[in-house]
Design a protein around this ligand. Structure first.
Ligand SMILES: Nc1ncnc2c1ncn2[C@@H]1O[C@H](COP(=O)(O)OP(=O)(O)OP(=O)(O)O)[C@@H](O)[C@H]1O
Ligand SMILES: [Mg+2]
Length: 266
């Protein structure tokens, strides 16, 4: 059975009495252990899609299913890293991560604290554990949010441009960490839906890339490259470059297309 299934999903934001449909009849299947990247221009509905997967919003039509069960709200099987920093301002970095861990109810106090510190170390924020969000830079806040989500050890990870605000080095390290994290005994354990604007990031991380145009899935491309993808051989690099060209073309094609964003429809 598929881990995640979208079955004819449409979604409209209530918009001054006149609903504007931002997702139209989406069908998508994500298998257990799959890493799917979602690419697409700004405003095409990537965050909306992630919110439906998280159960923060419910489809206007159709159904989102996890392990075959229709999603009716958020659950402890999923964690989400939002596009904007969403830390509790009155909690320190450590308390924010601990809060996420405690939501899952999986660990006792001492183990939760040990995990919180371990994940803060992984995102290179051990020194900042006792700082409050206002004392951290944007990139540091995002790293705390990432640590919180990873420390929850959920089966499904939903990430909305999590590395957008980070510098290149830490971004690359977290990409590698993200890739390594979901494997256990050679099996991919975690199912990941990862939104990004960055074609190369998607080619580095994804088993499949879903390309969205406003409200729709325009392409669903497998990325059959071996892992880890740091040092690909010449044949595989050529394969990756061909995929990159396909994705660039998809982005370019929209440049010429008339804007069909929901804001225009209202
Ligand atoms: N709360 C809201 N109320 C009404 N319309 C909304 C709301 N949030 C988003 N939209 C509209 O829904 C559409 C999709 O927005 P969404 O945030 O999902 O795009 P996105 O692909 O994540 O964009 P970006 O890459 O800029 O983050 C846009 O036209 C946007 O204006
Ligand atoms: Mg978005």
């Amino acid at each position: 059975m598929a881990k995640i299934q979208l079955d004819h999903v449409s979604y409209s934001y209530p918009n001054r009495g006149r609903p504007a449909e931002v997702l139209h009849d989406l069908n998508l299947t994500v298998e257990r252990g799959e890493f799917v990247c979602v690419l697409g221009r700004s405003g095409c509905g990537k965050t909306t899609l992630l919110r439906l997967l998280a159960g923060l919003d419910l489809p206007t039509r159709g159904a989102v299913r996890i392990d075959g069960e229709a999603v009716t709200g958020p659950g402890t099987d999923r964690s989400i890293v939002f596009q904007s920093y969403t830390l509790f301002p009155w909690m320190t970095a450590r308390q924010n991560v601990l809060f996420g861990i405690q939501q899952t109810g999986k660990w006792g106090r001492a183990e939760a604290r040990r995990l919180a510190d371990a994940f803060l170390r992984k995102v290179e924020l051990a020194e900042a554990a006792d700082k409050y969000p206002y004392q951290l830079s944007g990139g540091m806040r995002q790293r705390v949010a990432i640590a919180r989500s990873l420390a929850m050890d959920t089966e499904i990870l939903l990430l909305d441009e999590p590395f957008g605000a980070l510098d290149t080095r830490i971004r690359r390290e977290l990409q590698e960490f993200m890739d390594a994290l979901r494997w256990r005994d050679g099996q991919a354990e975690k199912t990941v839906v990862f939104v990004t604007h960055d074609i190369d990031e998607a080619l580095y991380l994804a088993d499949r890339i879903v390309y969205m145009t406003p409200g729709r899935i325009a392409a669903d491309l497998p990325v059959p490259l071996p892992r880890p993808r740091k040092d690909l051989g010449p044949a595989e690099r050529a394969q990756r470059d061909a995929l990159r060209r396909t994705l660039v073309e998809l982005f370019d094609r929209e440049e010429d297309a008339p804007c069909r964003c929901a804001a225009d429809a209202s």
